[in-house]
Design a protein around this ligand. Structure first.
Ligand SMILES: C[S@@+](CC[C@H](N)C(=O)[O-])C[C@H]1O[C@@H](n2cnc3c(N)ncnc32)[C@H](O)[C@@H]1O
Length: 424
């Protein structure tokens, strides 16, 4: 795979992908993505199956594969890249130049997560690299389509025959399944389909055990495991519960969490920590989404990233967390009301807090431009941003003595707001 120069690491699939998918659809005797009239009912069927939790084990309703090829694949590839971007941007996940990068994609379906991985790695790669992916799924038709997509994409995108090698294995997911060592194990939107009839606590324990097992036996010593789930409340809260069980047994989370406390979001029934990126569906797919009444704007998902060697994203933004320096993950959109802009955030101390910056703090006599910049940065924050609010003077010398965030969540007008670049 040679280095590409796209503007963004997480981006919609380019128009050439429409040719790839249409070719696969045509060879199956299915309508291409341009045949909106024929595909729309299949897409509505697919959407209903997923929304009602009918897909996967527990209910065994087969969702239309044509709709998955025509729509889900292009929607899901950027989720794979998005879930990985902090690992890549922090420089702790790179495609090696002297050997093949090994992916095990569990519940792989069409291999969308694997393609997300390839695109994320390609974005930051210094030279050509190779990826070998093992796609595991109980649905052999989906895996056959995954092979067809990989074959068509490799040819049409001119990636070179060896850039991505896909192998498939039809198998039911279970703890202890025999798998080769991998630099990256991905579980993409598959927890949602596993054990859906089980009581929530038992189910969370079972999925945490599966993750632990994969970490212990399959992930390479310097490798990582990534779970992606739809950003629906119950599915994401299930992922939070799995995360809590893993943490309680000593697993270190790389991202999104900055702490090793219980997930504070679970204490508020109406809340869940997820991503909402300004990455739309590709324009060639928007007509189909519109016709089926589905969203084409934005990219939402939840995720959990773990490194086998216990590295943390937290370590990349400094270990100091005191009154003069507060690290946080933004877990809401900015709420702008009269005179202030507020966010909910999860701090590196493990608290879910509401923070606000007053509009009038934008003007500071003597140093107007700095204060204005801080205010603009605050108002421009988005869900998922990684932020340090710090006192004037920055590091050890000259750190402001007062708290940068008071006990009522008001950000000091003296505070500097650093937004970390790992998500760009
Ligand atoms: C929603 S799709 C996700 C596909 C892909 N990972 C992605 O994120 O785009 C879930 C996949 O998990 C597979 N799956 C569900 N239950 C499974 C099980 N018990 N064993 C193996 N695969 C399973 C389904 O066949 C399906 O292909």
């Amino acid at each position: 795979m040679s280095r590409s120069t796209p503007a963004r690491l997480v981006r919609p699939l380019e128009p050439i992908w429409q040719e790839v998918l249409d070719s696969v659809l045509r060879r199956r005797g299915a309508p291409p993505t341009t045949d909106v009239a024929k595909l729309t009912p299949r897409l509505v069927e697919l959407s209903n199956a997923y929304n009602q939790g009918l897909a996967g084990d527990g209910a065994r309703v087969k969702v239309p594969l044509e709709a998955r090829i025509a729509f889900s694949f292009a929607r899901d590839v950027p989720k794979g890249a998005g879930a990985l971007r902090e690992l890549v941007r922090a420089g702790v996940l790179k495609a090696p130049l002297d050997r093949t990068f090994r992916v095990v994609d569990i519940g792989a379906g069409l291999g969308a997560m694997t393609w997300g991985v390839v695109r994320a790695l390609a974005h930051d790669a210094e030279a050509s690299f190779r990826v070998e992916a093992l796609l595991v799924d109980e649905d052999k038709d989906a895996l056959a389509a995954a092979e067809a997509i990989a074959c068509e994409a490799t040819t049409r995108l001119a990636l070179g025959a060896s850039a991505l090698t896909v192998r498939t294995r039809t198998e039911r997911i279970m703890t202890g399944m025999k798998l080769p060592e991998a630099d990256l194990v991905v579980l993409g939107q598959v927890f949602s389909e596993l054990d859906v009839a089980m009581d929530p606590a038992t189910r969370a324990a079972k999925h945490a055990a599966l993750v632990s097992d994969l970490l212990d036996r399959v992930v390479a010593p310097d490798g990582a495991l990534v779970v992606v789930e739809p950003a629906l409340r119950e599915r994401t809260r299930h992922l939070h519960a799995v995360r809590d069980l893993l943490v309680s047994k000593g697993t270190t989370i790389f991202a999104p969490c900055l702490h090793a406390q219980s997930c504070p979001v679970l204490e508020t029934l109406s809340d869940w920590c997820h991503e909402d990126l300004a990455v739309d569906l590709p324009s060639w797919l928007a007509p189909l989404a519109r016709a089926a009444g589905l969203r084409w704007q934005g990219l939402t998902f939840s995720h959990l990233v773990i490194r086998r060697d216990a590295q943390r994203l937290r370590d990349r933004i400094g270990d100091k967390n005191d009154a003069t320096r507060v690290h946080l993950r933004v877990i809401s959109d900015v709420i702008k009301t009269k005179g202030k802009a507020e966010i909910f955030a999860c701090t590196s101390g493990g608290a879910r807090v509401r923070m606000r910056r007053l509009d009038r703090d934008a003007v500071r006599v003597g140093d107007e431009s700095v204060a204005f910049a801080a205010s603009a940065a605050w108002g421009g924050l988005g869900r998922g941003d990684l932020v340090t609010v710090r006192g004037e003077g920055g590091d050890t010398n000259g750190v402001a003595q007062e708290a940068v965030v008071d006990e009522r969540g008001r950000v000091s007008k003296q505070a500097y707001i650093d937004v970390w670049p790992f998500r760009n």
